[in-house]
Design a protein around this ligand. Structure first.
Ligand SMILES: Nc1ncnc2c1ncn2[C@@H]1O[C@H](COP(=O)(O)OP(=O)(O)OP(=O)(O)O)[C@@H](O)[C@H]1O
Ligand SMILES: [Mg+2]
Length: 336
C-alpha cells in the first residue's frame, strides 16, 4: 500500500529525511515511532502529498507521488485521511458540519452528505452529539469527530499523527479500540505516528523506529519488543517513553473469530511478555483460536493478569457478540 524507497527531504541546509525505506502492507496498522524531531510528521506529510520530497520513490496505493500534477495530487489526497493530536476541528461548526466539511469542499450533494455523516457518526458513537459544537465535547469525543471527518471521503489510508497523545490513558485506549475496529471493519490501512509504547503494543501489527532521518528497524511489533534492538532501547530509555511505560495498563480483548471471549487489563511489562504467547497479534484485540484459549489463559494467569469479570470467563456461553460495525459495542466492552 505504501512503498518508500530512499526518500530524502531537506529544509534549507538541514537534511531531515536521509533515505527512508519502508513498506507498509494493505490493511495493516503500522506504528512509526522515534524521538522528537526524527522526521516522523515530515514523512507523513510526504505520504499524503502535502510535502514534496527531494529524492527517492514514494508509491502510495500504486501511485508514484512525484508523477502527479496539482489536480491529480488534490484528487489523490481524497484517498488519505489524516488525524492529528490537536483534533483540528472548526469551533464555529457543529459536529455534523465538521464531519461534512470535506464532502462540502468536494461538492457532494446534500443527501449523500447527510447519509454519509449519519453513518460515520454512528460508527464513531456520536450520533447523539451531531448538533453540539466542539467546545461542548470531551477530548475523546473531539478525536472521534476528527476520525469521522478523516473517513468522510472513504479513504484507503488513515494517517494518525500522535492521535492519542493529548488524551488520558483510558480515553486513549478507547480511541485505539475505535481505530482497531475501523481497521477491521473497513480494511483501511492505518499509520500511527506515536511516542507511546502502548499504541505500538496495543494495536499495531508492524512498526518502524526512525532515528537520525533513517529507519533504524522495522518489523512485527511482537518481534521488535521481544528482541529489544538498540533503537527500541534508546526509545524506551528516553524520558517520555519510560515515564509512560511505568504506569500504563493496556486492556486486552481475547477475540475468537468475532466473539469477545475475555477482557483483561495488563501492566505494560506483562504486555511486553505476551509475545511469548502463541497468538496472532498482541494488543487490544488478541485473536486467539478457541482451541488455544486454554493455553493462552493459563499463561496469562501465571502472569497475574487481572481478569474481568473476576474469574476467567467460560469462552463459549459467556462470549458476548463483538460486532465489527458497532463502536458502541466496543464502548460497552470497555465499560463493562
Ligand atoms: N516546514 C519546515 N521548515 C523547516 N524545518 C522543518 C519544517 N518542518 C519540520 N522541520 C524540521 O524537521 C525536523 C523534523 O520535524 P518533524 O516534525 O518531522 O519531527 P517529528 O519526528 O514529527 O517530531 P515530534 O515527535 O516532535 O512531532 C525538525 O528539526 C523540524 O524543526
Ligand atoms: Mg511530529
Amino acid at each position: 500500500m505504501i512503498l518508500s524507497r530512499n526518500i530524502r527531504k531537506s529544509f534549507g541546509k538541514h537534511q531531515i529525511l536521509k533515505g527512508i525505506d519502508l513498506h507498509i502492507g494493505k490493511g495493516r496498522i503500522f506504528g512509526l515511532a522515534g524521538r522528537s524531531g526524527a522526521g516522523k510528521s515530515t514523512f507523513l506529510r510526504c505520504i499524503n502529498g502535502i510535502e514534496p520530497y527531494d529524492d527517492g520513490s514514494l508509491q502510495v496505493a500504486g501511485v508514484e507521488l512525484a508523477t502527479l500534477r496539482d489536480r491529480q495530487l488534490r484528487s489523490f489526497r481524497k484517498s488519505i485521511g489524516m488525524v492529528f493530536q490537536q483534533f483540528s476541528l472548526l469551533e464555529r461548526l457543529t459536529v455534523f458540519e465538521n464531519v461534512a466539511l470535506p464532502m462540502k469542499c468536494w461538492n457532494y450533494d446534500n443527501r449523500t452528505i447527510r447519509t454519509r455523516v449519519d453513518e460515520l457518526l454512528g460508527l464513531v458513537g456520536l450520533s447523539a452529539k451531531r448538533s453540539q459544537k466542539p467546545w461542548e465535547l470531551s477530548g475523546g469525543q473531539k478525536q472521534r469527530v476528527a476520525i469521522a471527518r478523516a473517513l468522510s471521503l472513504t479513504p484507503e489510508i488513515l494517517l494518525c499523527d500522535e492521535a492519542t497523545s493529548a488524551l488520558d490513558p483510558k480515553t486513549a485506549q478507547e480511541i485505539l479500540l475505535l481505530l482497531k475496529g475501523i481497521n477491521l471493519q473497513l480494511g483501511i490501512t492505518i499509520v500511527m505516528v506515536t511516542h507511546q509504547m502502548s499504541v505500538l503494543t496495543g494495536i499495531c501489527d508492524e512498526m518502524a523506529i526512525m532515528e537520525g532521518g533513517r529507519v533504524d528497524c522495522q518489523g512485527a511489533v511482537e518481534t521488535i519488543f521481544r528482541q529489544q534492538p538498540k533503537a527500541l532501547r534508546n526509545l524506551l530509555g528516553s524520558s517520555r517513553a519510560s515515564a509512560e511505560s511505568s504506569d500504563v495498563t493496556t486492556t486486552v480483548f481475547l477475540v475468537d473469530k468475532s466473539d469477545v471471549v475475555a477482557r483483561m487489563v495488563f501492566d505494560l511489562d506483562v504486555m511486553l511478555h505476551i509475545s511469548k504467547v502463541p497468538v496472532s497479534g498482541a494488543g487490544l484485540l488478541v485473536n486467539v483460536p478457541a482451541d488455544r484459549f486454554d493455553e493462552v489463559t493459563r499463561y496469562l494467569d501465571q502472569r497475574q493478569v487481572n481478569w474481568y469479570p473476576e474469574e476467567a470467563p467460560d469462552p463459549s456461553p459467556a462470549a458476548s457478540r463483538f460486532d465489527r460495525a458497532e463502536p458502541e459495542m466496543l464502548d460497552q466492552c470497555i465499560n463493562r
